[in-house]
Write a protein that binds this ligand. Structure first.
Ligand SMILES: NC(=O)C1=CN([C@@H]2O[C@H](COP(=O)(O)OP(=O)(O)OC[C@H]3O[C@@H](n4cnc5c(N)ncnc54)[C@H](OP(=O)(O)O)[C@@H]3O)[C@@H](O)[C@H]2O)[C@@H](O)CC1
Ligand SMILES: Nc1ncnc2c1ncn2[C@@H]1O[C@H](COP(=O)(O)OP(=O)(O)O)[C@@H](O)[C@H]1O
Ligand SMILES: [K+]
Length: 483
């Protein structure tokens, strides 16, 4: 199973140009695919369909869908938001055919219709400004309809490149996206607004070529971790060192350690900065709790969980094998410019795991600016620190110094609780120990961590009250499960 490619607006425009004379035209294909999916959704429930058509080519798709749905005897009402003529000739033809067949067109929200399905064809990937006037009002009406909503290409009002809702934005139950997946469907506000995403590649899939972005889906990623060999021994799966756990924060380092053990690290040494730290972890006595100087005989190092103002960062930078910098080590890196040069010069891989607040400190900006373009922010950190980076939060972005990136599709708001980030850091360390290279170890762990949270929620453990410890145990079950 290969990972779906992500194309941004500029890349899609190139495709659109390449196939502008395609037969049948792309809009005809998109509108027909929309009608097929809409019919299958509406068919489950019966009842009328309201199609909301905007002024651009997204509206064009909606007109083509309306024509096909009406021809197949669905009860259709088109709400023509701006009342202007469609730009594309195939949309003009579809609108005419729909009208000639007696199709209903209204210029106000059809309040008397109780739709079983509303199709959102107001704005697509061409929308570049805050929705206003009749467009904004139409978006609000769609959201207030109470009906199931199918968005065409992307929920209107969501930026296809960044996932940001600029103002009013449709909340879709389903989105049928065309040609390729778009980043904005899967990160930021897009996560909340897209619903279930369906892809119709308009039969171009094989012709799209390489892209800089891809989606992380557990079913594809899980195969990266080789099954255990019958002759494996504890040395086969590496030793992870962890630096953290200053006074009052020992739990953070211990959670990272438990996560690493339970997702497959051979041995885990936890170096705690708290002088009065416990001698062992009664829940995971396999963890070797030591002084920080005594955990460096390891294959990989995680630094930062609860490390406070300790020298964890400097120790990690000097470590000659792969490192994961999390939490306090990231804050230390942001504060002390002297660390940047040696970090960038490291020969072994560096992984950074900032949440948006930490990212803002690393890039000397604010959280709002980070969230306004999560992909660009993650790529900038990857470049500036010569590191593999995960920018955490809904739709985590994994970015690499070579300019490629991925968006994670797993995880849920249950993860928004203290300690889940520590668990993630430990899982990344465990994957490094088990022989995945840094980009794969990072992407695998991010996807696993979210998939474990999803599996917890699927059995009623969370989202409310989901803990990092629940996620860790579920992650163990997942790495051992069959596809
Ligand atoms: N790529 C492809 O190959 C294919 C693309 N296809 C489809 O085309 C879609 C892209 O179409 P698109 O480029 O015409 O732009 P679209 O998203 O309809 O919206 C822009 C329009 O809205 C207007 N508008 C914007 N904001 C506004 C506001 N706040 N308030 C008021 N008006 C506002 C804006 O006006 P402007 O800002 O220019 O004044 C412009 O007129 C794409 O998502 C897919 O569905 C498919 O057919 C398959 C092949
Ligand atoms: N709404 C959400 N949807 C998906 N994942 C989330 C969401 N909120 C938080 N997460 C994930 O939870 C983890 C939180 O990490 P972090 O903020 O470092 O927490 P902590 O410092 O408490 O351990 C990250 O992996 C993040 O991606
Ligand atoms: K739309």
């Amino acid at each position: 199973m290969s990972a779906p490619a992500l194309l941004n607006n500029a890349e899609l425009r190139v495709v659109e140009q390449r196939f502008r004379d395609a037969s049948p035209p792309l809009m005809e294909r998109a509108g027909r695919a929309s009608a097929v999916l809409a019919a299958s959704i509406a068919g489950e429930r019966g009842g009328p369909i309201v199609i909301v058509a905007g002024p651009g080519n997204n509206g064009g798709d909606a007109w083509v869908a309306a024509q096909h749905l009406a021809q197949s005897f669905h009860r259709v009402t088109v709400f023509d938001v701006m009342g202007t003529a469609p730009r594309a000739s195939e949309a003009v033809a579809a609108k005419a055919a729909y009208g000639a067949g007696g199709g209903t067109v209204v210029r106000e929200w059809p309040a008397s219709v109780r739709p079983s399905l509303v199709i959102d064809g107001v704005l697509g990937i061409g929308s570049t400004r805050v929705p206003e006037g009749a467009i904004a009002a139409a978006i609000e009406r769609i959201n207030a309809s109470g009906a199931r909503v199918l968005a065409l290409d992307i929920a209107s009002g969501i930026d296809a490149d960044t996932g940001v809702a600029r103002g009013a934005a449709v909340r879709a139950d389903d989105t049928l996206t065309f040609i390729a997946m778009k980043p904005g469907l899967f990160t930021g506000d897009g996560v909340e607004h897209s619903g279930v995403v369906h892809l119709d590649d308009l039969d171009l899939g094989a012709e799209l070529g390489e892209s800089r972005g891809m989606l992380l889906e557990w079913e594809a990623v899980r195969a990266w971790l080789e099954p255990r060999r019958a002759n494996a021994h504890k040395g086969s799966h590496g030793t992870l060192g962890i630096l953290g756990g200053a006074a009052g924060m020992t739990g953070a380092a211990i959670l990272a350690g438990r996560a690493a053990l339970r997702t497959g690290a051979g041995k885990v040494l936890v170096g705690l900065y708290d002088e009065r730290a416990p001698a062992f972890d009664p829940e995971a006595p396999e963890l070797m709790l030591r002084k920080p100087a005594d955990v460096l005989d390891a294959d990989a190092l995680v630094a930062g969980p609860g490390s406070g103002s300790s020298p964890a960062l400097a120790t990690a930078i000097a470590f000659e094998k792969p490192i994961v910098l999390d939490a306090d080590s990231l804050n230390d890196l942001a504060k002390n410019a002297a660390h940047r040069k040696p970090l960038k010069a490291r020969k072994a891989a560096t992984i950074l795991t900032p949440h948006p607040g930490e990212a803002a400190r690393l890039l000397n900006t604010d959280t709002k600016a980070i969230q306004a373009d999560r992909i660009a922010s993650a790529l900038r950190m990857a470049e500036e620190f010569n590191a593999h980076v995960v920018l955490k939060g809904a739709g985590s972005i994994v970015a690499h110094p070579d300019g490629t990136y991925a968006i994670n599709t797993t995880g849920n708001p249950g993860l928004a609780s203290g300690g889940t980030g520590d668990a993630l850091a430990g899982m990344i360390g465990a994957m490094l120990c088990q022989g995945l290279d840094a980009p794969r170890a990072l992407a695998f762990a991010v996807c696993l961590h979210g998939a474990a949270a999803d599996a917890c929620v699927a059995r009623g453990v969370g989202p409310v009250g989901l803990t990092a410890s629940d996620v860790i145990l579920e992650a163990r079950a997942l790495v051992n499960s069959e596809p």
